[in-house]
Structures are given as C-alpha cells and as structure tokens.
Write a protein that binds this ligand. Sequence first.
Ligand SMILES: C[S@@+](CC[C@H](N)C(=O)[O-])C[C@H]1O[C@@H](n2cnc3c(N)ncnc32)[C@H](O)[C@@H]1O
Length: 230
Amino acid sequence: MNSINIFNQDCMQMLKDLPKNSIDLVVTDPPYIVKTEGGGAGAFGYQNRKWHQEIEFMTNGFSNNVLDELCQVMKKINIYIFCSQYQLTQLINYFENKKCNWNLISWHKDNPVPSCNNKYLSDTEYIFFAREKGVKLGGTYYTKRKYYVTHINTKEKHQYKHPTVKPVSIIDNLIINSSKEQDVILDPFMGSGSTGESALKLDRKFIGIEIKPEYYQIACSRLKKFDRQI
Ligand SMILES: C[S@@+](CC[C@H](N)C(=O)[O-])C[C@H]1O[C@@H](n2cnc3c(N)ncnc32)[C@H](O)[C@@H]1O
C-alpha cells in the first residue's frame, strides 16, 4: 500500500471496504458531545456563524456502530479516541465488554475561556486508550505521561481552518508508544489531518477518511509534503 491513502467519504461506508485485520493502530478524534448551553463554545465562541455551525456539526457524538467497524479492521484492538467527559461511559462500557485494558489520558488548557455559569471551566479534553490483552506499549518515560498541559491551540486552528484541530505534539507520543515504523495508522474522522501529519513524520503509513470536502482538501494540502502523488 502507499504511505498515504486519504478519502473524502463517510467513514461508515468506507470502513466496510477496508480489509479486515489490516490496521495496526487507530488514533481518532470523532465528533464530541459537548454541552455549550449557557457557556463558551470553545476557542471561537459564537463570534462567527460558520464556526458555530461547524462546532454544532461536531457535537453529535458517534455511535457504537463506528466502534464495531473499527474493531473489524484492526489487527488487534489498539485505539486512541479523543473525547469529552460525556462519552466516557459509552467508551468504558464498550471496551470493557471487549475485555480490553484501558487508560485515560488528559489534555488541559491553561488559558480556557472564562465561565461564570455555575459550572467548571471547559479546560480539559480526554483521550481514551483501549488495547486488547497482549498489545504492547512501547515509548519512553518521556512519551508515556498521561496528562498534557498546553495553551489553547488557536494558531493551529487558524492555520488549518478547522475548529477542533488537535496538537500534533500530543499525537506524536501516542503513535510512538503504540506502533512502530511502517505500521498502518487509521483516522476515520481525519479533519485537517493532524493524525496523518504525525504518522507520516514518524514513518508510519496513514489512512484517513473525512466526510467534508473542504476539510479533505485542507488535509490533502497539509499532507502533500509527505507524498507527491496527493
Ligand atoms: C473533531 S474533528 C477532527 C479534527 C482533527 N483531529 C484535526 O486535528 O483536524 C471530526 C471530523 O470528523 C468529520 N466527520 C464527521 N462525521 C464523519 C463521518 N461520518 N465520516 C468521516 N468524517 C466525518 C468532521 O467533518 C470533522 O472534520
């Protein structure tokens, strides 16, 4: 297979076409369930209607059907999922039923949007990690921490014109810990291609799927430095 295979499609259809047992690691950032009622809507707030609509599109969560499809294509369950606190019950129940080991990694932002509506700040996102028994965790003392603290990554959001871009510096560690060179990394909710950038930089192969043509094009531009065929 090529180093990069990216598709502008609905992952629910595309995943059915991927060969079973072909993926070494999934690192993905599906639509989050976030509760914005009465509070901030992330770094962009409500300043801009387009961003607001985009954030709404990305806050419907995802169903266990996606997880079923992902379990079919992975060689062994080995998956990182960015999520909010509202998806933790779903994920823990799903992967405990599959008899997986799991960990919770957290990403804290030290400059969150102020909130004064009887709620805690929106300063934390989670990365849920599940692996089947027998799947090894590599990496080093420095790559295996379970918490990250950064500023809100406004610069990357503007650079890649996507409201929920994730930091490549965090994804690098996940990929280093849970895969080796030439392994196949899949992101079925690719967005602007942050997982792809990390995977390709680290000499892994990458499969990405994104439903929205504009984000697919952004990922193409972002990843083409790794492959002249894009
Ligand atoms: C949270 S964002 C991912 C952002 C990405 N991690 C980045 O750094 O740019 C989720 C992405 O999934 C896409 N998406 C939503 N439903 C999808 C589906 N059924 N198939 C493929 N992509 C989908 C959205 O368009 C959005 O770009």
